[in-house]
Design a protein around this ligand. Structure first.
Ligand SMILES: CC(C)(COP(=O)(O)OP(=O)(O)OC[C@H]1O[C@@H](n2cnc3c(N)ncnc32)[C@H](O)[C@@H]1O)[C@@H](O)C(=O)NCCC(=O)NCCS
Ligand SMILES: Nc1ncnc2c1ncn2[C@@H]1O[C@H](COP(=O)(O)OP(=O)(O)OP(=O)(O)O)[C@@H](O)[C@H]1O
Length: 201
């Protein structure tokens, strides 16, 4: 049976980077951030509900979700984030279940569910193993500021909108440190896959 590995961590700790390394090792990756974009695509019920809740001001001129505007709103106000999550999370959960069913048909080495909110939104029952990607908070903040062109305060607000990384590490079956080079992280990924295949033999 194909193992389903839940891959999570904090914002910008390197989940997508680690997911890419798993893909290079023959795993099938499901990206929950991509699925979340599908959940609010133009003309979707998700987008309609968001407009009902946040108003037409949340759309761009071309009628798409203004992600930057919504991000600035919800990452700075937990009540607004709760409202957004109430709309999108049930849709995301259904789409993830469909994606997992499709992935199983391919019979890959393992299925990786790359989901930043795996623990916050309780997707644990959908996966066999929980892997948390971690870096020290100063590294996380610096990488987030560079990647998203944010100032320190904006980066801190995004980090604070998620469960503390130390709490996620406590809930993990395996923790992958992504503080070193990508090559070093690749070694951790290969070792983890070897370890998991020893168990399933
Ligand atoms: C708020 C939105 C519009 C911001 O869009 P933007 O393009 O700037 O960011 P993107 O979607 O690429 O997410 C970047 C990272 O932000 C963090 N993040 C996203 N949504 C949330 C959330 N609801 N709570 C906490 N952190 C979140 C994650 O670490 C994610 O990897 C967008 O993140 C969104 O629609 N979020 C709700 C959907 C969701 O929960 N996605 C996570 C998938 S489980
Ligand atoms: N080992 C590493 N060394 C240096 N930079 C890295 C390393 N791993 C990731 N990065 C960089 O850090 C940033 C965050 O990585 P990545 O996008 O993989 O994180 P993420 O956890 O998927 O983020 P998000 O939660 O926003 O989806 C990216 O710009 C990436 O190129």
């Amino acid at each position: 049976m194909t193992a389903i590995i839940g891959l999570t961590g904090g914002i910008a700790t390197g989940k997508s980077t680690v997911a890419r390394l798993f893909a290079e090792a023959g795993c099938y990756v499901i990206d929950a951030d991509q699925i979340a974009r599908q959940a609010v695509r133009p003309k979707s019920s998700g987008l309609r509900q968001i407009v009902n809740e946040f108003g037409l001001k949340i759309l761009t001129n071309t009628g798409e979700l203004d992600r930057s505007k919504l991000g600035n709103l919800v990452f700075n106000d937990s009540n607004q984030m709760t409202k957004l999550n109430a709309i999108v999370q049930p849709i995301i959960r259904d789409l993830i279940k469909q994606a997992v069913a499709k992935a199983k048909l391919v019979q890959p080495r393992a299925i990786i569910l790359d989901a930043p909110l795996l623990l916050e939104q309780h997707y644990e029952s959908m996966v066999d193993v929980i892997v948390v990607v971690t870096v020290p908070e100063n590294v996380q903040r610096d990488r987030l500021m560079v990647r998203n062109h944010l100032n320190g305060a904006q980066a801190r607000a995004r980090i604070a909108s998620q469960m503390p990384l130390a709490d996620k590490e406590k809930l993990a079956d395996f923790v992958i440190s992504n503080t070193g080079t990508i090559e070093a992280t690749k070694q951790h990924v290969i070792e983890l896959l070897d370890h998991l295949s020893d168990f399933s033999r």
